[in-house]
Structures are given as structure tokens and as C-alpha cells.
Ligand binder design. Structure first.
Ligand SMILES: O=C(O)C1=C[C@@H](OP(=O)(O)O)[C@@H](O)[C@H](O)C1
Ligand SMILES: C=C(OP(=O)(O)O)C(=O)O
Length: 453
């Protein structure tokens, strides 16, 4: 993707409600993991509903370069024949992980405990993101990493020929770090132990079990100890990927905010470690009904019926952050439209996402007339500004900023423009068309609504 794409896209309030029934693309976290675990398993795994966004396509290409047989069979339908744990080989060329922190960090885990040499890079956004949080703990298994200043990509890794198990207490609440260590632990002799003081998404633990590994999780409440016995035989096992709750967040908030709307989103993943946004919106008074709760591929799933509601301000506790870490930009849009003040607490991790999301979300709202402040790691938003919109939002290569700004435009008094829509494809290909199908007016700035590439 071209980060300096000159296209400006704009969304406008036109008074018509959003209506319809949709599905959002497959869960990004689960899609990355399905390709990685299937690539390490013996036998052939079929994956249905894989997210075909740029980020996940980078993982597919990397696993292929490392020796797994990864084939697209149809829309969202993929077949992976794994190389078995320890069976991957050195890639012939540099692994380019594009815009994806998850792909880069989880792959570091795989590389660390394989006897291979690899070099990894990414786009300008990913090259700014901290990698020490994975390479420091992974080095303890015997891998040797060399990275650019500050522990940034590009990096080179010489994986351990005979990896040692890891024992580590996570200093930040990060499912990416946890998953990188679990992936390394798969090819280590003995038991890898990870202490997790704050719970984060557990898709890796669920998928390890799905592929036949023995994972023990000790502790029920907040603090957990995760134990993985190394060198299990991972057996191929088909995966059905649920709709991504982090993508559903955009039509959910749009339906709540655009008066008269009623939107049903089918097949959304409802893992409790991902549903912080729904909890928060319900605290704001949102009319969200969950129907047909069921389990699909080891993950809870349901259909969400969302109707427009007048929202009130909310105080979101810091401990909820891991369950909605990617949803703060769109929650901030909801707060700007709510009655009263909101305080979103403990958002330090937002500074190291695809952009500095704390600064970029503040700028998005301010340039469109909302009153917002950052106080330490908290964001404070005054809802109900007299007039919103009219600004151009700099998206800084960050898909979630782009989508949040377009949703803001659907309810603002004046059009909202974004500098670059290209990065939306990293997690939500087809976003603009899907929103238009519900009745949203989104199009190039100053041009006709139809014809947006
Ligand atoms: O494990 C994952 O799939 C992810 C974990 C989160 O990152 P952190 O682990 O850095 O919090 C999240 O922001 C990212 O979009 C996906
Ligand atoms: C932070 C995100 O992804 P990643 O870390 O994989 O780039 C995201 O999708 O919002």
C-alpha cells in the first residue's frame, strides 16, 4: 500500500438511518493464529472465514516462505499443510510483515525456537513499533536477535537449535507477547511458564488445545499462570473463524449514533476477553441485543441487533483496556456524541499501536470540533459539542483511525475527510461498501459518492 496515497475520502451526515443485516470479516487475531498453528501441525487444516486483509495475507506469505504449504481455495477458505513443530526452514528472502504487529511479534516466537536464520521488516508504521517486548524474553530460549536501534525492525534472528523453555512474567498486558512466548515454547524441551497479571485475549491458548497441545491455565480471576509442555505433536484440525468483534465495533457504533438505525451483525466473536466495548456501550445506555449465542470452532459467537440510542458519558476502568484495546478510537467517537463527560482510563498501550492512537484520536476529535484532553494515560471527552465535523483527519497509516473518522462523519454536522483510506484493508477489506450497503454516505472528497475505488 502507498502510505502517501493522495485520495481523500469523506463521509457525510445525510439524515437517513442505517438499516440491514451484515457479517463482518473474520477475526484478525484468530486468522493469524490459525495460519501459524496449522503451519506447525502435522497434516492438512482447512480454515473457513479467514480474514483476507493485508495483515493476515502477510502471515500467510511468511508461513509459506518458512515451508508450510498454504493455499487459498476460495473466498475465506484456505488449506494449510503444516511442516510439523521444528520442521520449518530458513526463508530465502526477507520476511515483510507489512503493517502488522501481531504477524511480526508472533512470528518472532516461531523463529526463536527453530534452527533457522531469518530477517524481518515491515512498513514505516511497523518499523516504529517496539519489538524488545518480544525479543528480550525470547532470547532466553537461546535465540540470537539483532535489531535496529531501540529494538525496532528490521531485525535478524538466528533461532535456537535446541530451545530452552521460557519462564516469564508479562510486564505489559499483551496477548502478542504471551503468544510469541507460547509459540517459542512449542519447540522447547520442557515446560514454558507465563505469568499473566492481567488477562488478555486467549485465542492462542484455545487454539493450542484445538490442535492437541496440553496447555494448563492456573488461576481463575485476574492473575493467571499458563503452562505449556513443549514439543507436543500438533495435529491438523479445521478452524472456523468467527466475525471480528473489533471490526464489528464500527457498524455497531454507527448504528447507535445515526438516528433511526437498526442493524443486525451476524456471527460476531464474543470471547469475553474481547467484549469490553459492548460492555462499555451498554453502560452508556446502548440498545444492543445478543441473539443465537453459540460456540463455533471453540469460540463463543452471537448475532448482535443494534438500534440507535442516545448515549450518556462513561468512566471506563483501566483494567478493561485489554478486552477492548483496539476499540478506543471508535469508542472515543461514541463519547463525543454522548451526553456528558467520559473518561477512558489507562490507555498507555495505545501509544505503540499502528500510530500513537492516543495522540491521533485526540487530533481526530479536536480537528472536528470536539472538546477532548489527554491527562497522563487517560482520555477525557466532553460529549455533545454544538457542531461537529468539517476537519481532515490524519490517519498515520492506521486503519482504526480511518474507520473511526468515517463513522464520525456519518453523524457530524459537516463532512469529515480522511487523508488516506488505503490502510482500512489491513483489517476490514470491503468496509466502505459494507457501510454503504447499510445506507451510509461515504465518498471521495468533493466528488460523487459512487466510484470510490
Ligand atoms: O494478540 C493479538 O492478536 C492482538 C493483541 C493486541 O495487541 P497487544 O498484544 O500488543 O496488546 C491487539 O492490539 C492486536 O490488534 C491483536
Ligand atoms: C493494533 C492492531 O494490530 P497489530 O498490533 O497487529 O498491528 C490493531 O489491529 O488495531
Amino acid at each position: 500500500m502507498n502510505p502517501s496515497s493522495p485520495v481523500a475520502h469523506v463521509s457525510c451526515r445525510d439524515g437517513s438511518p442505517l438499516n440491514g443485516t451484515i457479517r463482518v470479516p473474520g477475526d484478525k487475531s484468530i486468522s493469524h493464529r490459525a495460519l501459524m498453528f496449522a503451519g506447525l501441525a502435522i497434516g492438512t487444516t482447512r480454515i473457513a472465514g479467514l480474514l483476507e486483509g493485508e495483515d493476515v495475507l502477510r502471515t500467510a506469505a511468511a508461513m509459506r516462505a518458512l515451508g508450510a504449504d498454504v493455499t487459498r481455495e476460495g473466498s475465506g477458505m484456505w488449506r494449510v499443510s503444516g511442516a510439523g513443530i521444528g520442521g520449518l526452514h530458513s526463508p530465502e528472502d526477507v520476511l515483510d510483515m507489512g503493517n502488522s504487529g501481531t504477524a511480526a511479534r508472533l512470528l518472532c516466537g516461531i523463529l526463536a525456537s527453530h534452527d533457522i536464520f531469518a530477517v524481518m521488516t515491515g512498513d514505516a508504521s511497523l518499523r516504529r513499533r517496539p519489538m524488545r517486548r518480544v525479543i528480550d524474553p525470547l532470547a532466553a530460549c537461546g535465540a540470537v536477535f539483532a535489531a535496529r536501534d531501540g529494538g525496532r525492525l528490521p531485525l535478524a534472528v538466528s533461532g535456537a537449535a535446541d530451545a530452552l523453555p521460557l519462564s516469564y512474567r508479562l510486564p505489559v498486558a499483551s496477548a502478542q507477547v504471551k503468544s510469541a512466548l507460547l509459540l517459542a515454547g512449542l519447540n522447547a524441551r520442557g515446560v514454558t511458564e507465563i505469568e499473566e497479571p492481567e488477562p488478555t485475549r486467549d485465542h492462542s491458548e484455545n487454539m493450542l488445545r484445538h490442535f492437541g497441545a496440553a496447555v494448563e491455565v492456573i488461576g481463575q480471576g485476574r492473575g493467571k499462570l499458563i503452562r505449556l509442555r513443549g514439543q507436543p505433536e500438533l495435529m491438523a484440525s479445521d478452524v472456523m473463524v468467527p466475525g471480528d468483534p473489533s471490526s464489528a465495533a464500527f457498524p455497531i457504533v454507527a448504528a447507535l449514533l445515526v438516528p433511526g438505525s437498526s442493524v443486525t451483525i451476524e456471527g460476531v466473536g464474543l470471547n469475553p476477553l474481547r467484549t469490553g466495548l459492548v460492555t462499555t456501550l451498554c453502560e452508556m445506555g446502548a440498545d444492543i441485543v445478543i441473539l443465537n449465542q453459540r460456540a463455533e470452532g471453540g469460540e463463543p459467537v452471537g448475532d448482535l441487533v443494534v438500534r440507535a440510542t442516545t448515549l450518556r458519558g462513561v468512566d471506563v476502568p483501566p483494567e478493561r483496556a485489554p478486552a477492548m484495546i483496539d476499540e478506543y478510537p471508535i469508542l472515543a467517537v461514541a463519547c463525543a456524541l454522548a451526553m456528558g463527560q467520559s473518561r477512558l482510563r489507562g490507555l498507555g498501550e495505545l501509544r505503540v499501536k499502528e500510530s500513537d492512537r492516543l495522540a491521533a484520536t485526540l487530533a481526530m476529535l479536536r480537528v472536528n470540533g470536539a472538546q477532548v484532553e489527554v491527562d497522563g494515560d487517560d482520555m477525557i471527552i466532553m460529549g455533545g459539542a454544538n457542531r461537529l465535523g468539517g476537519g481532515t483527519v490524519m490517519t498515520h497509516m492506521d486503519h482504526r483511525l480511518g474507520m473511526s473518522a468515517l463513522v464520525l462523519g456519518l453523524v457530524a454536522d459537516d463532512p469529515v475527510t480522511i487523508d488516506d483510506a488505503a490502510f482500512i484493508d489491513t483489517s476490514f477489506p470491503g468496509f466502505v461498501d459494507l457501510m454503504r450497503g447499510l445506507g451510509a454516505v461515504i465518498g471521495p472528497a468533493g466528488g460523487p459518492v459512487e466510484g470510490l475505488a
